[in-house]
Unconditional design. Structure first.
Length: 335
C-alpha cells in the first residue's frame, strides 16, 4: 500500500497533526478523536515508521531517567516503582493512586513506568530501576518470572500477573467470579453473556461463575466474547451479543458502559426491564450510568495495602490467596 504522511493521515481522520502525534505516542486524546484516528489508520494501512517508534520509546526512557535523576540525592533508597502496560487504564490508574495514597505520609516516592506491553521496553525500565537501586517494584509484566528476577537481582517485586509463581499480588479473580455467580443465581439469571478484553482474567471470572452454577446443579447458557479494548470494537461485539434475548450482560470493565449506553439508546433497549447489566470494577463512572450500574466492586485500597505490606516487608508468603477483594454493589441495572 502507498505510504502516506502524518499530515495526510491527520487530514483523513479530521484531526490536527498535534492530536495525531499525541495518539501515536500513546498519550491521552479524546475518545471520539481516537476512534476517528483508528478508523483512518485501518482504512489507509498507515504504519508508524520504525525510527518514529524508536523515537517515542527512547523519549519515554529519557523522561523516566530524568525523574530518576530528580529522585537522586533526595531519598533514592525510598523510591518504589510501578511498572504497568497501560498506566492510563482505569483499573491500573486507580491501583497506582491507591498505592500512592498509602505511602503519601511516608518518605517513599512512587515512580510510574509504562511499557505498552513491549518486552524490550520493560527490560530497559527494569534495568534502569535496578541501577537506581529502588526499594521495590510493583510489576505488571510481559516477561517470564526468571527474566524479571535476573534483571532486578535482590530487589523485591510484586507481580500483578495471573498465574505466575511470584505473583503474590495476584487477585483471585476465580473468587470474584464465584461471588458474582452466587448473586446471579439469587436473581434467577440463566442466559448470561460476558464481554471481556484480557483472556487470563476472563477465564478466571467465567470459571468462577460456572462453578457456582455447577455446585447448585443449575442450568446455564453462558457465552463469552473478547474485544480488542477499543470503543469501536466493544460496540461491534455488543451488537453481536445483543442480537439475541439474554438475561444478563457482564462487562469486564466499567468503561464498557460507554459504547453499551449508545447501543441501548439506538436500539431502544431498557435496563433492567429487557435485560440486566453488571460491570466489574465499581469505579465512580458506574454511578453516572442510567440506570446506575450494579457492579462486582473491587477494593483497590485493601489490595494496595496488601501489596505494600508484602513489598516493603519483602515477605513473599501467599497469604492473600484466600482473601477476596470483591463485593457486590447493587445499582439499578439488575432486575
Amino acid at each position: 500500500m502507498e505510504k502516506i504522511t502524518m499530515a495526510e493521515l491527520a487530514k483523513k481522520a479530521g484531526v490536527s497533526t498535534a492530536t495525531l502525534r499525541k495518539f501515536l505516542k500513546h498519550e491521552r486524546v479524546r475518545n471520539d478523536l481516537a476512534e476517528k484516528i483508528e478508523m483512518a489508520i485501518r482504512e489507509t494501512g498507515y504504519i508508524l515508521e520504525e525510527h518514529k517508534e524508536k523515537e517515542v520509546i527512547e523519549k519515554g526512557f529519557e523522561e523516566s531517567k530524568s525523574i530518576q535523576e530528580d529522585f537522586a540525592g533526595k531519598s533514592q533508597q525510598h523510591c518504589l516503582a510501578f511498572v504497568a502496560k497501560e498506566i492510563t487504564q482505569l483499573k491500573t490508574q486507580t491501583l497506582f493512586l491507591a498505592c500512592e495514597r498509602l505511602i503519601a505520609a511516608s518518605q517513599y516516592l512512587l515512580l510510574a513506568c509504562e511499557t505498552k506491553g513491549d518486552a524490550e521496553r520493560e527490560k530497559a525500565y527494569l534495568s534502569m530501576l535496578a541501577n537506581a537501586q529502588v526499594k521495590g517494584v510493583i510489576l505488571e509484566s510481559c516477561l517470564a518470572a526468571d527474566e524479571v528476577t535476573a534483571i532486578l537481582g535482590n530487589i523485591p517485586y510484586v507481580s500483578l500477573q495471573q498465574g505466575t509463581n511470584t505473583g503474590i499480588g495476584c487477585v483471585n479473580t476465580l473468587q470474584g467470579g464465584e461471588l458474582l455467580g452466587e448473586y446471579l443465581l439469587q436473581k434467577h439469571h440463566m442466559i448470561i453473556r460476558y464481554l471481556g478484553m484480557e483472556e487470563a482474567g476472563t477465564i478466571a471470572y467465567c470459571e468462577g461463575i460456572k462453578d457456582s452454577y455447577h455446585k447448585r446443579k443449575q442450568p446455564l447458557d453462558f457465552t463469552v466474547k473478547l474485544c480488542d479494548g477499543s470503543l469501536m470494537d466493544m460496540y461491534a461485539k455488543l451488537k453481536e451479543i445483543l442480537s439475541e434475548k439474554i438475561d444478563v450482560l457482564i462487562l469486564e470493565c466499567d468503561e464498557m458502559m460507554i459504547p453499551l449506553q449508545r447501543y441501548l439508546k439506538e436500539y431502544h433497549i431498557s435496563v433492567p426491564q429487557n435485560m440486566s447489566v453488571i460491570s466489574i470494577g465499581g469505579h465512580a463512572i458506574t454511578k453516572m450510568a442510567s440506570p446506575k450500574l450494579t457492579t462486582l466492586r473491587f477494593d483497590y485500597d485493601a489490595y494496595a495495602t496488601s501489596i505494600m505490606k508484602k513489598l516493603l516487608q519483602t515477605s513473599f508468603e501467599k497469604e492473600n490467596e484466600a482473601k477476596s477483594f470483591f463485593c457486590i454493589e447493587e445499582g439499578e441495572s439488575v432486575r
